[in-house]
Design a protein around this ligand. Structure first.
Ligand code: HEC
Length: 498
């Protein structure tokens, strides 16, 4: 009892721990997925920004190329480009202003170096054979430039610039018509003059992502707590239900135990009362026999010696006395027989039922010469031979007694198989009886027919019932008035298989 309760409680606890773990894992996985999405979102946004910047740069460069460069006022900060080989690099306007031709690369470098604070994005133009050594590629740019020659059209990497994380994106620059004014075609990179790279600081994107992540963390935490609360609630209820069930089980088993105790007490009481009753009836019957024998004996002596002196009426009354004391003797004998049937030890041996039935038939045939007794093949069984002799004797005797008035009295003894058990029967074609009285058949002193018609004490079937009961068997009857009667009986499992 204790055991099963702890097992059930342990079961509930284990399940709720498992459920909590699974729930935590689920939300952890969801959070990780969120974080991953945020992170790849950061890079994606940075890449888009980088591309937009590069495209704008390229547009400016194209514009400048289209105009074959642009003339600006020469200044100390940005002197004329020493790398630009052009016959009209420096010109003077009619009013005397000094102008210098600015090529696209120089223009962009000026923009980026001068205004990159505002830009936020650092750009760099580079080539494998730079006209301006200042434009020489770094290690990463060199690798990317070489890959552009093989057809790659974009490259990206994350790196630290001044200790801060940046996304670097690089696109190739192709030589088109206008470029050729100042750049020669051919060389190491077919069609690709070089590339532009920009570096986008990741900080603003990471900050936005971190904010998103904080929100996700909060909402996940809330959902996680609600889930854990639910699991705790359910497991608490399960535990309470388990306790209730356990209590009910204990109550029921306590009730059962007390019921069993009471039943066995009552049974013992009943058995004791039965034994006392049996002993009492045995003693009474036994002790009655001696005085009865004396009455009978003296009655005989009296009728033999003094019979002549009695009047006719006196003789008749004396006859009644003798008859009744004989009958009392029969009753006492039967009661003692019944009592014996319950007391004598059962001695099991192999009994040939067929032979037994024939012996009984032969014994009774003398009393009922006109009756036909048919005995079918019967098996050998395990049982008490004396008791079974008595059973056949009573059943066949009854059958003969109640069929004595039939035109052709006939008694059959045989065997049938019913629901897998061996059932023996004794059938007659006598007066039979109303099945409404079937319940009375096997009781003590129970009679269905009047004694004047069919003499007897009404104990024979009670004895049969008792003897078969002691074999673990049963007895029952089927009949209808004037249609004969059939008595069936079994010998119980100990009698052997059917
Ligand atoms: C007006 C002349 C001129 C035109 C037009 C021109 N460039 Fe340049 N380019 C230069 C000069 C001069 C430099 C080196 C200048 C510097 O950075 O000071 C240069 C630099 C470059 C560089 C950097 C590597 C290096 O050699 O220093 C690349 C790449 C480049 N140009 C590509 C192009 C492409 C592509 C076009 C056509 C869309 C083009 N340029 C149009 C004059 C020109």
């Amino acid at each position: 009892m204790e055991q099963s309760e702890t097992t059930y409680r342990g079961h509930v606890t284990r399940n709720s721990i498992l459920a909590s773990l699974a729930w935590t894992l689920c939300l952890g996985a969801s959070l990780a997925w969120n974080a991953y999405q945020q992170r790849s979102g950061v890079l994606e946004f940075a890449r888009i920004q980088a591309q937009a910047n590069i495209n704008k740069d390229i547009a400016f460069r194209r514009w400048a190329t289209e105009h074959g460069g642009v003339y600006v006022r020469a200044s100390g900060k940005w002197p004329p480009d020493q790398y630009l080989k052009h016959p009209e690099r420096d010109v003077v306007t009619p009013s005397g202003t000094q102008l210098t031709l600015i090529n696209p690369a120089y223009m962009m470098r000026q923009v980026m170096e001068g205004y990159s604070e505002q830009y936020g994005v650092k750009g760099h133009i580079t080539g494998l054979r730079p006209i301006n050594p200042h434009n020489a590629p770094d290690a990463w740019e060199r690798k990317v430039l070489e890959s552009f020659a093989l057809g790659v059209t974009e490259a990206a990497e994350t790196s630290k610039i001044d200790g801060k994380p940046h996304l670097r994106v690089m696109l190739p620059m192709y030589l088109e018509g206008g470029c050729l004014q100042c750049h020669e075609e051919g060389g190491r990179l077919e069609g690709v003059q070089g590339g532009v790279s920009v570096s986008v600081p990741l900080a603003p994107f990471t900050a936005a992502a971190a904010h998103e992540l904080r929100i996700a963390l909060l909402s996940h935490g809330g959902i996680w707590l609600i889930g854990l609360g639910g699991i705790a609630f359910v497991s608490r209820r399960a535990r309470v239900r388990g306790d209730e069930r356990e209590r009910a089980r204990l109550e029921i088993s306590a009730l059962n135990a007390s019921l069993e105790r009471r039943v066995s007490e009552r049974t013992a009481d009943l058995e004791r009362a039965n034994r006392e009753l049996e002993a009492f009836s045995y003693t009474v019957s036994h002790d009655l026999r001696a005085p009865l024998r004396a009455i009978n004996g003296f009655a005989h002596l009296l009728i033999e010696g003094e019979g002549e002196r009695l009047s006719e009426e006196g003789k008749r009354m004396f006859g009644r006395i003798v008859y009744n004391s004989n009958r009392l003797g029969d009753l006492i004998d039967d009661v003692l027989e019944y009592s014996r049937a319950g007391r004598v030890a059962l001695v099991r041996t192999r009994v040939d039922l067929g032979r037994l039935a024939r012996t009984v038939a032969d014994e009774l045939a003398e009393t009922y010469p006109q009756a036909a007794i048919e005995i079918a093949a019967l098996p050998e069984v395990e049982g008490d031979e004396t008791m079974l002799h008595q059973v056949f004797s009573n059943l066949v005797g009854n059958a003969l007694k109640f069929s004595v008035n039939a035109p052709q009295p006939r008694v059959d003894v045989g065997e049938i198989a019913q629901e897998g058990r061996r059932v023996f029967f004794v059938r007659d074609n006598g007066v039979g009886f109303d099945m409404n009285y079937a319940g009375k058949l096997f009781g003590m002193f129970q009679r269905i027919h009047s004694e004047a018609q069919y003499p007897g004490t009404g104990v024979g079937l009670a004895i049969v019932h008792r003897l078969l009961e002691r074999h673990g068997g049963q007895v029952w009857a089927e009949s209808a008035p004037n249609r004969g009667a059939t008595f069936f009986f079994t010998l119980g499992a100990a009698a052997g298989p059917p």
